[in-house]
Design a binder for this molecule. Structure first.
Ligand SMILES: [Zn+2]
Length: 306
């Protein structure tokens, strides 16, 4: 009985984690600048309304704030990303932006922290592919796979961005977020890349569990898509599996393109950092052109209706 109640509370929190107190029409006298106003903050100097007494609670909050821990902080947003991923992304897409840490910043911070920890504790023990594994003709594929191993963050971002187009295609008539745009799809995958890095981290700690990374990432994709798009069990599962299959073929296609580009001598002269930037720019540009076309179709469909 009690466990049932806790689960119900947890699910309610998943849907709506932040409650804002509204000081409403009550008048405040700003202790800092003397202005009289209504609302939660002074419009002249920006000081927060409410109790100005120094309390133990305030001391605790100040110390947490010094570490960047408050409701829209990185640790809080990461916790939300782990416990309510689909709803967090949904909140962001619907405009609840102030309530969470910005997703791109989060991806960069998580990546940097992951790389530092991986370096310090030498936990990324993934072995490089060797040239003797494949015929000489495909030696370039070994280079690409090893590049993914050496640059896990860029690799995961490229990998997750491949999900944009199939996700958009298979989930475009979903009960929630109907007709989501490819630009929104990029943001969804930026969140998924962050989750993937955390899953990499976890699977690098528990190396004795075989296939842990795949299990974790698949489970997170399922939970996220279910919460975000609102299909039920089967509806989510078969669309997700189709999206994974298409994403896989897109990755193969991207590898083929990369092999061709890598082989050309012009790109050899570029520093290695530029290559992933070029690839991601090309992907974003492709997404932009596709979504521009679909936006035009949608507009004409709307015009015909109205
Ligand atoms: Zn003031």
């Amino acid at each position: 009985m009690r466990i049932k109640h806790l689960i119900r509370q947890f699910r309610a929190w998943q849907r709506n984690p932040v409650q804002y107190s509204d000081q409403g029409l009550q008048e405040h006298h700003c202790a800092n600048c003397g202005h009289t106003y209504t609302g939660n903050f002074c419009p002249v100097c920006g000081q927060e309304a409410g109790d100005i007494r120094i309390t133990w609670r305030l001391i605790g909050q100040s110390f947490l704030k010094a570490w960047g821990i408050d409701s829209h902080s990185l640790p809080n947003t990461l916790m939300q990303l782990m416990l309510r991923p689909g709803y967090l992304i949904s909140d962001y897409l619907y405009g609840h932006r102030r309530a969470s840490y910005p997703p791109v910043n989060m991806l960069f911070v998580v990546t940097v922290v992951y790389l530092i920890i991986a370096q310090l504790f030498d936990i990324s023990r993934t072995e490089h592919f060797s040239y003797s594994d494949v015929p000489e003709k495909y030696a370039i594929a070994v280079d690409i796979m090893n590049w993914f191993i050496d640059n896990p963050a860029w690799g995961l971002l490229t990998f997750t961005l491949m999900f944009c187009i199939p996700t958009w295609f298979f989930f475009r008539f979903a009960p929630r977020h109907t007709q989501h745009t490819l630009a929104e799809g990029v943001f969804i995958q930026i969140y998924m890349a962050t989750i993937s890095i955390i899953c990499t981290f976890i699977s690098n700690i528990f190396t004795n569990v075989i296939g842990l990374f795949i299990i974790l990432v698949a489970a997170y994709y399922y939970v996220t898509y279910r919460q975000l798009f609102g299909y039920r069990f089967w509806g989510t599962l078969w669309r997700m599996l189709l999206a994974i299959a298409v994403a896989f073929w897109l990755i193969v296609l991207a590898m083929v393109i990369m092999v061709i580009v890598w082989r050309s001598e012009k790109i050899e002269m570029l520093p290695s950092l530029f290559r992933p930037i070029i690839i991601i720019t090309a992907l974003l540009a492709a997404g932009y052109f596709i979504s521009r076309r679909t936006a035009v179709n949608r507009r004409t469909a709307k015009d015909n209706k109205g």
